[in-house]
Ligand binder design. Structure first.
Ligand code: NAD
Length: 496
């Protein structure tokens, strides 16, 4: 079934003023048209930003617990539609159905979690040094927020931004990736049906290069939350800083799993397969490097290669499929180019490395799960984000060497270590310079009630998701209030 994805501006579903559209076809079968999407220009962004500005005053004064009730209802609607939405994700961007369903579940979890924040959103009350005076800090919304999201988590990542932005009292202009426009529309539809007032949440479809920067730098926008590539994120962040806008970017990764000589190797192999080939390697948290202790290197490689060869490529709607396609032709070419780079740099191609056009894969963008061994830390395939089913395996002398290798890229999103030695795990936990560290599990597995994000070129600004230091810090600003009820001038922090 082909859907028509429209903009949602000031409470109305609208076509673009340009009258233009573009098509989204299934990456598993390009013969299948999933969506026809309106192609917006700058005027639609202007209209959405103006609507969000107009709606802000009423929304910021709408009691936060009541805002929470709307989000809760949205969560209920998403739960009811989970299967339909999961299948849509699989059709639109290719991830296998279990992962599509997981993606929708993350949005449901975030809706419930942020709904409850409506009854917290707490600041602090702190004693004053003076009598008859009280002091408190409160969170206040930023205003109008631009939310720009990638295609690899079509409903979860938008929900990770929209739910905290709305619960905090902001209004929103949301620009999803053009590759997952239909899924994004369904999320907005659920929020509309749940009762989000008109103008509070606006959706503009279009290509990043046409409207992304115009949105982020728009005079009506107070805060920008971006998830996507480091190249785009850094450029946008620089512009936002110049313009005095609050900005937060979640960006690329080059995540490593360390496998020590005392590790449960079967478990580590499972973790490496899931981390490397889950979502076809198209996760910011993908384990695109595995750093293995020299004493178990050969055994690990044999087990890992055998496991990768067992994976079934195909359409993610079929139960037998383990690995779906990459998102589009450009991404397929980029990944194939990195496979050539890996060979040219002198690493050893152990398995995969080719496009698959057999059977179910005939009309899609499928690349075989690929493993390189004998990779050195300085090589491009060990340094650059491939964003496809390609894993580089590197050899380490000991724990210190493994940690040095793991930390040797410009990214710092996630890392993992497999070891049964509690001391080694403690040292790794301390020394790995990433926003998230996993012990005895893969690089995938973040939960929404904890902050999510990376260090160095993986993250800039605030973390996403819940918990102390999470998304509320992006979507609110602190205001401190001192109230003096002594009836006289009292001077604080002055020698009396
Ligand atoms: P991308 O940077 O190409 O696009 C991300 C978003 O920015 C899209 O909505 C796109 O339309 C928009 N955009 C593109 N060019 C723009 C421009 N010049 N100005 C403004 N906006 C623009 O990234 P992608 O290909 O959609 O996603 C893959 C990347 O996202 C990978 O690097 C991945 O690691 C990263 N990612 C990071 C996280 C995280 O939480 N750290 C999560 C998921 C994906």
């Amino acid at each position: 079934m082909t859907e028509f994805a429209k903009n949602f501006i000031d409470g109305r579903w609208e076509e673009a003023l340009t009258g233009e559209t573009f098509e989204n076809r299934s990456p598993a079968d390009t013969g299948q048209l999933v969506g026809v999407v309106v192609k917006s220009g700058k005027r639609e962004v202007d209209a959405a930003a103006a609507a969000a500005r107009k709606a802000f005053q009423a929304w910021r004064l709408f009691p936060a617990p009541k805002r929470g009730e709307i989000l809760f209802r949205a969560g209920e609607l998403l739960l009811k539609r989970k299967k339909e939405l999961g299948e849509l994700e699989t059709r639109e961007m290719g991830k296998i159905l279990q992962e599509g369903l997981g993606d929708v579940q993350e949005a449901i979890d975030m809706a419930y979690y942020m709904a409850a924040e409506g009854r917290r959103l707490s600041g602090e009350t702190i004693p004053s040094e003076l009598r008859d005076k009280d002091c408190k800090s409160v969170r206040v919304p930023l205003g109008v927020c631009a939310l720009i999201t990638p295609w690899n988590f079509p409903i979860a990542i938008p929900a990770w931004k929209i739910m905290p932005a709305l619960i905090s009292g902001n209004t929103v202009v949301f620009k999803p990736s053009s590759y997952t426009s239909v899924a994004a529309s369904k999320l907005v539809q659920a929020l509309e049906e749940a009762g989000v007032p008109k103008g509070v949440l606006n959706l503009v479809h279009g290509r990043g290069e046409d409207i992304g920067e115009h949105l982020a730098t728009h005079p009506e926008i107070d805060g920008v939350s971006f998830t996507g590539s480091t190249a785009v994120g850094e450029k946008l962040a620089a512009r936002c800083v110049e313009l005095g806008k609050k900005v937060s970017c979640e960006m690329g990764g080059k995540n490593a799993i360390i496998v020590m000589d005392d590790a449960d190797l079967a478990l580590a192999v499972e973790g490496a397969v899931w981390g490397g080939f889950g979502t076809t390697g198209q996760r910011c948290t993908a384990a695109s490097r595995v750093v293995v202790h020299q004493d178990v290197y050969d055994t690990f490689l044999e087990m890992f290669t055998n496991a990768a060869r067992e994976l079934k490529l195909g359409n993610g709607l079929l139960e037998k499929t383990d690995v779906g396609p990459v998102i589009n032709r450009a991404q397929m070419e980029k990944v194939l180019n990195y496979i050539d780079v890996g060979k040219e740099e002198g690493s050893k191609l152990l398995t995969g490395g080719k496009v698959c056009r057999e059977g179910d894969c005939a009309r899609g963008y499928f690349i075989e799960p690929t493993i390189f061994s004998d990779v050195e830390a300085r090589m491009r395939i060990a340094q650059e984000e491939v964003f496809g089913p390609v894993v580089s395996v590197l050899k380490a002398r000991d724990l210190e060497d493994a940690i040095t290798i793991a930390n040797s890229t410009k990214y710092g999103l996630v890392s993992a270590i497999y070891t049964r030695d509690v001391n080694k795990s403690a040292i790794a936990e301390r020394e790995l310079d990433t926003g998230i560290v996993y012990i005895n599990s893969s690089t995938i597995g973040a939960e929404i009630q904890l902050p999510f994000g990376g260090t160095r070129k993986s993250g800039l600004g605030h973390r996403e998701a819940g918990g102390r230091g999470g998304a509320l810090d992006m979507f609110t600003k602190w205001k401190v209030i001192y109230r003096d009820y002594s009836g006289k001038l009292q001077k604080a922090q002055i020698d009396r």
